[in-house]
Design a binder for this molecule. Structure first.
Ligand code: CO8
Length: 373
């Protein structure tokens, strides 16, 4: 069995960002239009009037101030409220591939590796833009990587599950190094007309190089001490979009063909599960939670992260201990914890213990114990 390290990470951030205020202005324009168009039916009690959204509520409830997006105009247009990402010909790289490659190039550079050093590609993300061929195989072609590629989806936990899959391959000698990428166009499956969730998500892509320790030369190495995954079925976060939708005409265009959740229930269920999983994982490895120098947690909700770390440490964590990126990125699904990892790792001293953890739909939870080399 080979020892395995993460030797490089990369991040692609879209050029445009939408503030809460801009998002709410567009949403409220839609609300006024809807209520005016349906005034008579609302008056008769046949249609429920819509209620305005509020930027202050969004920041207080979630910690989110803004989000990066692949297309700003389409989202903010009250007549559309969906990103506009035009079809591309089969001779062009897809949007997901393009984002993945941008993040991957940075990860390769930080790892001091080229395509020739990589034996496999895993694209792990919440929503894949087509059924086949796998985006991973397209990324492989775009970067000139030999070997194999496959896609996987474990919603917000896709990256930690992807790291475990890559780590297993490298440990077993099936690959010298694997590129694991998380291109997330969350705005493509977000209902911008839903007041409860229109503010939650943003777009980004992250990349991680998982490599045999004896081959790694990078200055940015983290030993993968251990990985631990957990799934437990829940209907509280769902997206029922899929290839069978066309076989059930009655459901076409229904709310559940985009992201839907019971946010309160998710909050209540998931926080204790995450804290318990991380605590158990550390204990199984004879490690103390007080020795953890950094928690790179999934970036969905600031209060959630505060609660999880408080359950673990028995005290409030500093921002250095649990860095926050959701204020400017919002929830980028599987990319979130990796963005925090990417941005807040270089200051850690050699030997520092850290935890990368994701949680989300499924439910699915991942914990990766890392030690700075
Ligand atoms: N503006 C003003 N008021 C609002 C708004 C708004 N936009 N939205 C809700 N309110 C009101 C409600 O009507 C309610 O009013 P009242 O008390 O009078 O009934 C009040 O505010 C409180 O509403 P909530 O109980 O819904 O608010 P919360 O405090 O629970 O906050 C959150 C809502 C922020 C959604 C919070 O519950 C949360 O973050 N929960 C955790 C969610 C989470 O982590 N989900 C994980 C999802 S990620 C995942 O795994 C999916 C991956 C797939 C990616 C999909 C990409 C699209």
């Amino acid at each position: 069995m080979h020892n395995v390290v993460i030797s490089g990470t990369g991040l692609f951030t879209p050029a445009n960002s939408i503030s809460n205020e801009e998002l709410v202005e567009s949403f409220n324009a839609y609300v006024h239009q809807f209520n005016s168009d349906n005034a008579a039916a609302i008056e008769r009690g046949e249609v429920q009037a819509l209620t305005e959204s509020n930027a202050a509520f969004i920041e207080k409830a979630s910690g989110i101030k803004s989000r990066f997006v692949m297309d700003k105009d389409g989202i903010l247009d009250p007549q559309r409220m969906t990103p506009r990402l035009p079809e591309r010909s089969n001779d062009e790289w897809s949007v997901l591939c393009q984002m993945a490659v941008a993040a991957a190039e940075q990860a390769l550079q930080r790892a001091g590796k080229t395509a020739a050093d990589i034996d496999g590609v895993i694209v792990a993300c919440s929503n894949l833009q087509r059924a086949y061929p796998a985006i991973a195989i397209e990324v492989q072609a775009a970067l000139g990587i030999q070997g194999f590629g496959f896609d996987m989806n474990v919603a917000c936990s896709s990256a930690t599950f992807g790291i475990q899959a890559a780590c297993n391959s490298v440990q077993l000698g099936q690959a010298r190094a694997i590129l694991m990428v998380n291109p997330e166009v969350c705005t493509g499956h977000l209902n911008f007309r839903d007041r409860d969730s229109h503010f939650i998500f943003g777009d980004a892509a992250t990349a991680v190089i998982i490599e045999r320790a004896d081959l790694a030369t990078s200055k940015h190495q983290f030993e993968i001490v251990s990985t631990k995954l957990l799934t437990q079925f829940s209907n509280n976060i769902r997206n029922n979009f899929g290839f069978l939708n066309r076989a059930a005409e009655e459901g076409i265009g229904a709310r559940d063909k985009l992201f839907v959740q019971e946010g309160r229930k998710v909050f209540r269920d998931v926080c204790p599960m995450v804290a318990e999983l991380i605590a158990a994982h550390l204990e199984e490895n004879q490690l103390n939670v007080s020795d953890v120098k950094r928690f790179w947690l999934h970036q969905a909700n600031l209060s959630m992260n505060h609660l999880i770390v408080k359950k673990l440490l028995g005290r409030e964590a500093s921002v250095e201990e649990a860095p926050v990126i959701l204020d400017t990125y919002a929830n980028t699904s599987s990319a979130g914890s990796v963005i925090a990892f990417h941005k807040y790792q270089d200051d850690l001293a050699s030997g520092s213990l850290a935890v990368l953890s994701s949680f989300g739909a499924g439910y699915s939870i991942g914990s990766v114990l890392l030690r700075k080399r």
